[in-house]
Ligand binder design. Structure first.
Ligand code: SIN
Length: 530
């Protein structure tokens, strides 16, 4: 029976798995996730799905222009057009599967506004859109007999010719993916799972920073695995910091205050109450995220303050409680009444625009390996993602991968002669502190030197410290029994290295990459391929 392995259970992985399973009941599809089935960045997406919906007011051209503008010259126009034009059909599909988006009293869908959008076009389920989509997909998948969701299994590595003892380099052609080695977190056993085709949908890597809106599982495992397997990775310097996470130095992850709150009229203010955003951009608090996050960072540094305020007090209380129940409630439990108090906010790492390079059908540079969702670089986001374009991208690419797999004359055969995982010579780790302290150091390095504003000196420092962390962690990895904590640390160090190296190769400021040594755009610009 043909077997497709899907790594990751966010919207990208689940959509692709479901489509393949429904079209090919005789195939077996395994979705593997290291946590519970619903734990993913998708679940925490508050804002919604940006899609052209009201054709009277909005148009593909407007959504395309907004996406290109946010992307600051680095989007692939072909990809932007295809995602935006195919997006609404993908949204209709998920609605048909049962997803519930908020409606106006008239029955039409309520369309929210977010930063960088020239029209209202964000479909949403209150401020819990990702949770609603994840729940919908899992419910349908639950009744799909040819899908197995393997929870609490950590993917250690993609299996390629390297595991057959062959030398694989970035120039070896072709590199082929035969499946993956999985660590069963319950039994501790390592399983060899072969697949005719593998789809990577393993999400983002916000955990490489101290402050992030991403859940603890967002450790860049898929990107790091592809890099180890010698696949191409691109645009890793473009880490999106969301301008408004709730200020709470103790919270991990940081709680997101959706951009939709600014879309509803909330304004950013300094601690002395000045609305400062118009000094930075004519779109004020609703400028694209790179501009807003940098403006907040600059105000905080100039004033020596640890947060700015988000003022939503003028928004009617019923609108706040109806549209943003979860944000309202979380703020209230921290002692902030949004109808009466300004909310303290700070930028936090939120989304990775770079990742595994894929073509327009979601094919990576490794044969038999596709990728979709946040772990990829498709060319849609360029140097800065437009708000709420990511769930759209995930659904469009999941569909394209499904189409590409279905169009194959025949699925490639399962590989023979793949050895089991070799754990010879390893012993139980003696001190967890070797892992936990390195993780703290990594987050400090990335936050201090490779954050919202960078410089050559900061990046050089980061690289030399990352090399040391990497050397120590590799030694530990090769001498101790595999644990998820150690694998995540190793993957995050790879992510840190890729972000820092890509940043040091870009000699200009563009989109999310801002460096004091090259404050302006270069006249040329291209993707950074690693
Ligand atoms: C938000 O609700 O502000 C986040 C949406 C997104 O990251 O696209």
């Amino acid at each position: 029976m043909p077997h497709v392995l899907v790594v990751g259970s966010g919207i990208a992985g689940l959509t692709c798995a479901l489509k393949l399973a429904q079209a090919k009941p005789q195939w077996s599809i395994t979705v593997v996730t290291k946590a519970s089935a619903d734990e993913s960045n998708t679940k925490y997406a508050q804002g919604g799905v940006a899609a052209v919906w009201d054709y009277q007011k909005d148009s593909y051209d407007k959504h395309i222009a907004d996406t290109l503008d946010a992307g600051d010259g680095l989007c692939n126009p072909e990809v932007v057009e295809l995602v935006i034009k195919e997006g609404p059909e993908r949204v209709r599909e998920i609605i048909a599967w049962g997803a519930d988006f908020d409606r106006e009293d008239s029955g039409t869908y309520h369309l929210g506004r977010e930063g960088g959008h020239s029209e209202d076009r964000v479909l949403h389920h209150k401020d819990l859109t990702g949770w609603e989509l994840e729940k919908t997909l899992l419910e349908v998948i639950h009744n799909q007999p040819n899908i197995t969701v393997l929870t609490h299994h950590f993917v250690l590595d993609l299996i390629t010719q390297h595991h057959q003892g062959r030398i694989v380099t970035r120039h070896t052609s072709p590199i082929t993916c035969f499946g993956a080695y999985l660590l069963d977190l319950t039994s501790g056993q390592i399983e060899t799972v072969l697949a005719n085709v593998t789809v990577l949908a393993s999400g983002g890597a916000g955990q490489v920073y101290k402050s992030t809106t991403n859940p603890t599982i967002a450790t860049g495992d898929g990107i790091a695995m592809v890099y180890r397997a010698k696949g191409q990775i691109a645009n890793m310097e473009f880490v999106q910091f969301h301008p408004t996470s709730l200020y709470d130095p103790e919270a991990s992850p940081s709680f997101l205050i959706s951009e939709a709150v600014r879309g509803a009229g909330a304004e950013l203010k300094t601690q002395s109450g000045e609305a400062f955003m118009l000094r930075y951009d004519s779109r004020g608090s609703l400028a694209p995220r790179d501009i807003v996050a940098r403006a907040i960072d600059s105000e905080m540094k100039r004033r020596g303050e640890e947060f700015v305020y988000l003022d939503a007090r003028h928004i009617p209380a019923t609108e706040l409680t109806n549209h943003f129940p979860s944000i309202y409630q979380t703020c209230a439990t921290q002692g902030w009444d949004m109808t009466r108090d300004m909310i303290p906010v700070v930028p936090a790492a939120h989304y990775l625009c770079g990742g595994v390079e894929v073509d327009v059908m979601g094919r990576t540079t490794i044969d038999r390996l596709y990728a979709c969702g946040e772990c990829t670089c498709t060319g849609l986001h360029g140097a800065n993602r437009l708000a709420s374009n990511s769930l759209l991208e995930a659904m469009v690419y999941a569909h394209r991968i499904y189409e590409d797999i279905l169009a194959l004359d025949a699925l490639p055969e399962l590989a023979n002669g793949i050895p089991d995982w070799n754990a010879a010579g390893t012993t139980e780790p003696k001190e967890m502190v070797l892992i936990t302290q390195s993780l703290k150091e990594l987050k400090e390095i990335m936050t201090s030197y490779v954050g919202i504003v960078r410089s050559n000196e900061r990046l050089e420092r980061a690289l030399s410290r990352l090399r040391l962390l990497s050397a120590e962690t590799e030694k530990l990895y090769h001498s101790t029994t595999i644990s998820p904590q150690l694998c995540e640390l190793r993957n995050l160090i790879t992510i840190g290295y890729l972000v820092t190296k890509s940043a040091s190769l870009r000699h200009e400021s563009r989109g999310l990459h801002c460096t004091t040594d090259y404050p302006v755009h270069a006249t040329w610009a291209d993707d950074t391929i690693l």
